[in-house]
Design a protein around this ligand. Structure first.
Ligand code: SAM
Ligand code: SF4
Length: 477
């Protein structure tokens, strides 16, 4: 049967971990769309299931094997029903454990690393003839040149907020982290390519862009003048693209905060005053053992530079508790730092030794019970700061970008500049607009209020009422 007359094939992608994976999953769907694959919400009845995996902590990577156990049953059922089901493992576990996956899980047809997923159609074809296919090289040519652009329909279905990868990989080699090994060396996309992507998204109704990269502010892509542009300069350029009302970025590193980024926060209304700036620990001894190459004071000074430029700025962060050698006084220094900075949100994790990283060879000194206790203590402190931050919204009027219908009929939900979900009663015509909301009440992390001014009349909603990208970070990775 000619390809054009073949019924659509169902594709289910399950993504774990970071925003990069959310973005990669969308680009995998774009790559497979010309092959007739249409996304479906469930693995049941799918022709192709992709697990887009995360290797950052042991728990994250172990999930893959239990999911593969479940998929084996689904694949066997599909075979009994006379259908085929292909299973792909993509992402950072694929990169780190390629051969091991093939050995442990014969149900898998294709294993593909994060730098090679533009080859998915060829790998699936190879699996069909050879039984399995594995590709975990870091190719010389970057994948972005090969990825097809998302269709208008796909952009609209994904909602008014979109991720755009500007930078990949990392050369920092923190001693606990697998990223430099699974995502490879740091590389930035040229400015012109990023502009093209953002323009295309804006032309199709996207209003908010989150620029992503493992170390996004290390960006140094080639600009129109043939020179490397710093990240701040890229932000100035993107803020001028018609239709883009909000810009965000994640994840940034304290060592790469240079002056154009600070200036951008001072000058650009579109640049949201909410920055995820992981510090990991408040102890200089532990920061040195982590190879973070900055001290707690360096971090405080970076925060001050942001605050001087943009007084209403708020921060989130990542913390690791129980790193090898972390004594009570080191942990106390972390609590002290959190107390001094005052976060709007933060993620904290128990240290998880990752094979192949330098820290995995260090003697673990913190007992599980102490790690658990430190995690609870830190999370309680962060939670109380987050609640206090949210309470400051009460009675104030705050700009909200509306992105989706709420759970209750007549309710529309958006995000404040600080990514707090904000709910109002309104028509779905306001989706895609930024409108002031007077906040009347608070329920845990969500704000509830009323529109303080009426929406622009006659402005059509750009998206189906089902749209709305999820742009809250998942566990900050
Ligand atoms: N590039 C970012 C930075 O420099 O902070 C972070 C990227 S990493 C993908 C996300 C977070 O996962 C880290 O900030 C760290 O808190 C956590 N993480 C990474 N490796 C970890 C490990 N081995 N154990 C526990 N948490 C880890
Ligand atoms: Fe790079 Fe961040 Fe991992 Fe450090 S924690 S190696 S900066 S990705």
């Amino acid at each position: 049967m000619p390809e054009s007359r073949m019924p659509p094939r169902k594709l289910h992608i399950k993504s774990y971990g970071c925003q990069m994976n959310v973005y990669d999953a969308q680009r995998m769907a774009d790559t497979l769309a010309p092959e007739g694959y249409v996304e479906t919400a469930s693995a049941e009845g799918a022709d192709l299931v992709i697990l887009n995996t995360c290797h950052i902590r042991e728990k994250a990577s172990e999930k893959v094997y239990s999911e593969l156990g479940r998929l084996r049953a689904a694949k066997e059922q599909a075979a009994r029903d006379g259908r085929g089901m292909n299973i792909v493992v993509a992402g950072c576990v694929a990169q780190a454990e390629g051969e091991e996956i093939i050995r442990r899980a014969p149900v898998v047809d294709v294993v593909v690393g994060p730098q090679s997923y533009h080859h998915l159609p060829q790998l699936l074809a190879r699996a069909k003839t050879c039984g399995r296919a594995l590709e975990t090289e870091f190719p010389v040519a970057d994948k972005f040149g090969f990825l097809p652009q998302p269709s208008r329909q796909a952009i609209r279905a994904r909602g008014i907020s979109a991720f755009v990868t500007v930078q990949e990989g990392c050369d920092k080699f923190c001693t606990f982290c697998v990223v430099p090994y699974t995502r490879g060396a740091e590389a930035s996309r040229p400015v012109a390519k990023v502009i093209d992507d953002v323009r295309r998204l804006a032309d199709n109704g996207v209003r908010e862009i989150t620029l992503i990269g493992q170390n996004v502010n290390a960006y140094h892509g080639e600009g129109s003048d043939g020179r490397p542009w710093p990240f701040g300069k890229l932000l100035y350029r993107l803020a001028g693209i018609p239709g883009i009302v909000r810009l965000r970025y994640s994840t940034s590193h304290p060592r790469d905060v240079e002056d154009t980024l600070i200036d951008a926060h001072r000058d650009l209304d579109a640049l949201m005053p909410f920055v995820h700036l992981p510090v990991q620990s408040g102890s200089d001894r532990i920061l040195a053992a982590m190879n973070r190459r900055h001290t707690a004071d360096d971090y405080r000074r970076v925060i001050d530079r942001f605050r001087d430029a943009r007084p209403d700025i708020a921060f989130s962060s990542d913390f690791i508790v129980g790193f090898p050698g972390e004594a009570e006084e080191d942990f106390a220094a972390t609590l002290a730092l959190v107390g001094q900075i005052g976060y709007a949100a933060a993620y904290s994790f128990k240290y998880s030794p990752r094979p192949g990283t330098p820290a995995a060879d260090m003697q673990e000194t913190v007992s599980t019970a102490d790690m658990d206790q430190r995690l609870v203590q830190l999370q309680n402190l962060i939670d109380s700061q987050q609640s206090a931050f949210n309470r400051t919204a009460l009675g104030r009027t705050i700009d909200v970008l509306f992105d989706r219908p709420g759970r209750k009929p007549g309710q529309i939900v958006g995000r404040t500049p600080y990514l707090q979900p904000a709910h109002v009663e309104a028509s779905d015509a306001i989706i895609g607009q930024v409108l002031p909301v007077t906040v009347a009440s608070l329920e845990r992390y969500s704000l509830f209020g009323t529109l303080a001014s009426q929406p622009a009349s006659g402005e059509p909603s750009n998206h189906a009422a089902t749209g709305g990208a999820q742009f809250q970070t998942t566990a900050g990775v």
